[in-house]
Design a binder for this molecule. Sequence first.
Ligand code: FE2
Length: 667
Amino acid sequence: MAMYQVHVTTGDTLLAGTNDHVFVTLVGTNGESERTELNNYGIDFRPNQTSTYPVNTQPLGHLLLIKLEISQYLYLPENQWFCSKIVVDTPEGEAVLFPCHRWLTRGEVLELRGAKATKESDDDHPLLIEHRKREVTKRPELYQWKEYTEGIPHITNFEMSELPSEVRFSLSKGLEFTFLKEFTKAELKLKGLFGSEESWECLESMKNTLTFKTSPTAEYVAEHWKDDAFYGYQFLNGVNPSIIRNCPLMPSNFPVTEEMVQPFLEPGTSLQQEIQKGNLFLCDYKSLEGLQTLVVAGNSLPLTAALCLMYLDTAGTLKPIAIQLGQEPSEKCPIFIPSDPELDWLLVKMFVKNADSVIHQIISHLMNTHLLAEVFAVATMRHFPDVHPLYKLLTPHFRYTLQINTAARVVLLGPTGLLSKSSAGNEGTNELMRRYLAETTYSSLCLPDNIADRGLQNIPNFYYRDDGLKLWTAINRFVWAMLGLYYPTDDEVSGDAELQRWIQDIFTKGFLGNRRSGMPESFITVEEVVKFVTMVIFTTSAQHAAVNSGQFDYNSWVPNNPLQLRRAPPTTKGQVTMETILETLPNIGDTVDFIALSSVLHKKYTDSVVLGSYPEERFGEPAAKQIIENFQEELSSIEERIIERNATLDVPYCYLQPSEIENSVSI
Ligand code: FE2
């Protein structure tokens, strides 16, 4: 006989108690142990606890699998406990780690494999080959795709309440409640204002009422939102740094003349010269043209397919110099310039920010981070068994994705703008996503390519780019090192059928088989896999942080980023009064609604896991652990450099500080 010590570590536990019997069977190359009850009722259900139990059996040889099951004790209510991992000390003195990381359910028999990552071709024992086969057959049956609506990325077939145990994390029970609670709390604080259809009396009264919560950046925004220089700054470092691009050629439907903008250029130069020097930039909201919007009191709310031209002066300041609130220039759609009456200029700038806010929420945030993360998560769950190196590498980056998306899809699509408060509005939202997905390219999702495509390599004070590229490089180095352990040659890539099915599924269900996108549909080289995996990790962590974390800072002062406007845009100059502006801004009730939303969406949850930290220890190999440590060190040094830089700025850019980035899309 031989003695094995089984150490079981729990995660969060609900309904602490001792109502279940827990059995374990150890399976090794020389046979398996008896199905052994860990003890009568002593298993320790307290959270984050490790308890040790002996298993006596004949020597089992090399340990391959652990079977774990729970059965009911009497008719007592079911305990819910999360098993993080099991470590088995063998009589030979080895400690074998079996990662688990899931809630245990009565009646279910879990078969766990050791922590060593393997591809299909690395498995040599018949039991392991058989186990893998069962897993990869079962997974696509369980995790299926659902078409949310035609033309946008597919989503998971699960609703929040029915998510399988391996993608329901400790947050699951609390998430929905926390979400609603926070929302309600914010609501209550603003009580009396909710639901009011009145317009604000003046901007000052809006400011005075909304002092219940703030942040230094939010205060700065409320103070400086009218400044042209801060306006330009926000297209680089605000919540939506994804629209602005260099303007090497004025679009023919935006007939800005030399004469119009001359006064706003530096002396002795011309529009043409500045275009050639690369100092003109454009935000073009063409994709919003003709979208159906919410109808209020018989009128469709306005949403302009605006064009905004910006100029970068020699001091490095970026300012708007011409705005046209539509794609077709006409007498009714004039080009506004900074020397127009002050309130004209302020209002047209608000219309551009309204267009920007809609694109931000629906495209940059919802589709390009939340929905893409969901595509990557579902494909990962469908095609990789637990032991696959990519399952181990990627699942921490999807930890909360399915939970937050299934819980909050309605919230994200719901009050995020004028496009979605009615079924007609949803059609506008869906059409916008359809238009964008049809144009989405692989390079637009890879930051270095994206920056180059938009001609933004040299624009100064672009912290999103500076920090983002450092992170991209660090993630890329990390992924190279990690995948290098498992894919020493390109042959390993083409021979990995699980990997090929994964990318094929992403291409078909996420990007709808669109070859023009340049999205890979298969992998030939290790380099291709590394780039794609870098993009996946960057998107689910850094990119989401960049478009998510600043929402309270930049959106809580609603005139700065109005998700909704009420009156049609101005068609002639010199007519705008302060009353026009107040009637155009959201009414009191909607303003408060948007503030509550920005406050909920930017909230950080207590069980967040920061970028690069892998508390689950899914990789058992020392080499993999070392690579994770190196990655963490690199992130710390990036952190230091960002903190140093931020100390010199009026408005620090913190959204891509590694310690502020979560490993997965989680809110
Ligand atoms: Fe988010």
